[in-house]
Design a protein around this ligand. Structure first.
Ligand code: ADP
Ligand code: MG
Length: 243
């Protein structure tokens, strides 16, 4: 693949003695969005968590821009790879202002110009500057997810890992957030990996998808073929029927 941004090879992850990710491999080109679909419990979030540095015990290889992810957490390394979760309420501290929530990663990484960066991040996600002084519960669900995206972007990462980023939102708000993610990908030259169970959401952003079942990536296909039903694995066909 030309200009490969992400390479995952033979990724294996166990909890206690149970292996829940059993040798997953995929590659993502720079600027591409790779989708991951699959039933609940198939290991999608576990793969993203390992890639984002949230889980340090895994085997195999994860490379970003040709650079192998260190087995021990490296702050500088993982600044470049940020995660956005399904439920922004769960991932935003309820008693911190948006200002504080956005400052944190800058302070931890000793990145200066905090004021300017917060204002820029808010305008990048089309939130008013007044949102700085609000708490998460004072915002709508869509605004909270915009804050989560601003937090992910503020330290200028190269890769966003999106775990069901629109599943908790109303359908009209989902479209807004997907359009925002598409715009940000162009403007910031980002590469995405996005988990979703919704074929329409996948089609909006992704060109290719991997299908996970029981810890394995059983098929990789273009979204075109997935929509057209040109897929071989029965699980992939079932997914298409359910969408
Ligand atoms: P998905 O995101 O595809 O729904 P997950 O990656 O969350 O699936 O989970 C995959 C499997 O790993 C499930 O069987 C789940 O119960 C298990 N699992 C996930 N996280 C943990 C954990 N921290 N401890 C033990 N088991 C876990
Ligand atoms: Mg999950």
């Amino acid at each position: 693949m030309s200009d490969r941004m992400i390479e995952v090879a033979d990724l294996r992850i166990s909890f206690s003695s149970a292996e829940v990710v059993k040798g997953v491999a995929f590659e993502v080109a720079r600027g591409e969005t790779f989708g991951i679909v699959g039933e609940s419990g198939s290991g999608k979030s576990t793969v993203l968590r390992a890639m984002s540095g949230l889980n340090e015990s895994w085997d195999g290889r994860i490379l970003f821009n040709g650079e192998a992810v260190p087995k021990r957490r490296s702050r500088e390394f993982f600044r470049k790879v940020q995660m956005v979760f399904q439920d922004p309420f769960g991932s935003l501290h309820p008693r911190q202002t948006i200002d504080r929530i956005l400052s944190e990663i800058l302070l931890v990484n000793r990145i200066g110009e905090i004021d300017r960066r917060i204002n820029k991040a808010l305008s990048d996600v089309a939130l008013p500057q007044t949102a700085r002084f609000r708490y998460p519960h004072q915002l709508s669900g869509g605004q909270r997810q915009r804050v989560a995206i601003a937090r992910a972007l503020i330290a200028e990462p190269k890769v966003l890992l999106l775990d069901e980023p629109t599943s908790a939102l109303d359908v009209s708000v989902q479209a807004e957030v997907l359009n925002l993610l598409a715009d940000l990908r162009e403007e910031h030259g980002l590469t995405y990996v996005m988990v979703s169970h919704n074929l329409a959401v996948i089609s909006h952003l992704c060109a290719r998808v991997g299908v996970m079942q029981n810890g394995l990536m059983v098929e990789q296909t273009s979204v075109e073929d997935l929509r057209a039903g040109n897929v071989s694995h029965p699980h992939t066909q079932e997914l298409r029927r359910l969408s």
